[in-house]
Design a protein around this ligand. Structure first.
Ligand code: CA
Length: 246
């Protein structure tokens, strides 16, 4: 008997996302069924609930690899769930699902700390691409990227412990905000175009996401700057992009 080939065939058969846990909070059963079916096919372990309060309870129960959160839910809004999860689980990746463009604006306008959002109606391919992209970034942050502590102008970032502090005060950052600040802090004084930031931090070149860079920088400023209207750390370079103060 050839044990090696048996092991090989098992490796090939194991889905790429085997054992990764996803919490899906979605009250439209039809959408939930399709999403659960496709994500399970990819090897994800999907837990689904239709209720906002139960969604929050489940979200806080363990460390999910990803949370997919519908906005309009019975009993508790997706934005409220997102905010509360962020307080105790600052790095859990969260993708918000919004139904209308008005909701989309609410998502962008509020500092709820989601890592990405997707608008209904979406194709299952688009959703899967977003899920994979978010998980890739998380893997990259935990894996092969340099792990040295970055300390510049009073900002200290520890990529291993995922902690951030400004002038000795610790700051709670989402996974994306941390990555964004880390990118800037690694290259003080260097000006980055929004498209470059998008590529480096979001891993996409899609122009449709450019406004996401602005909204994340605004959120980051509200957390690290004394006066977000007069930013000291992440400065706007008019007509070009942004730079970290050197
Ligand atoms: Ca809904």
């Amino acid at each position: 008997m050839n044990f090696l080939s048996a092991t090989d065939s098992h490796t090939v058969m194991t889905p790429e996302h085997h054992n990764k846990s996803i919490l899906l909070v979605e009250d439209e059963q039809e959408i939930a069924d399709i999403v659960t079916l496709h994500l399970s096919d990819l090897g994800f372990d999907v837990t689904h609930t239709t209720d906002g309060v139960q969604g929050l309870t489940l979200a806080l129960q363990k460390s999910w690899d990803l949370i997919l959160l519908d906005l309009t839910l019975p009993r508790l809004d997706g934005l409220d769930i997102c905010k509360q999860v962020r307080e105790s689980h600052p790095t859990t990746p969260i993708i918000l699902v919004s139904a209308r463009s008005g909701e989309e604006e609410r998502v962008l306008g509020l500092d709820v700390g989601a890592d990405d959002y997707i608008t209904k109606p979406f194709s299952i391919d688009e959703l899967i691409a977003r899920v994979k992209a978010v998980l890739r970034r998380v893997d990259a942050m935990q894996g092969v990227v340099p792990t040295d502590v970055v300390s510049v102008n009073g900002i200290v970032l520890d990529p291993v412990r995922h902690t951030a502090s400004v002038a000795g005060q610790s700051v709670n950052l989402t996974a994306r905000e941390f990555e964004l600040l880390l990118h800037f802090a690694r290259y003080p004084g260097q000006v980055f175009k929004r498209s470059e930031i998008l590529e480096k931090v979001w891993g996409t070149c899609h122009d449709g996401y450019l406004h996401t860079v602005n909204s994340h920088i605004n959120r980051l400023r509200s957390k690290i700057e004394k006066d977000p209207a007069k930013p000291v750390y992440i400065q706007t370079v008019w007509g070009i992009g942004y730079k970290f103060a050197n």
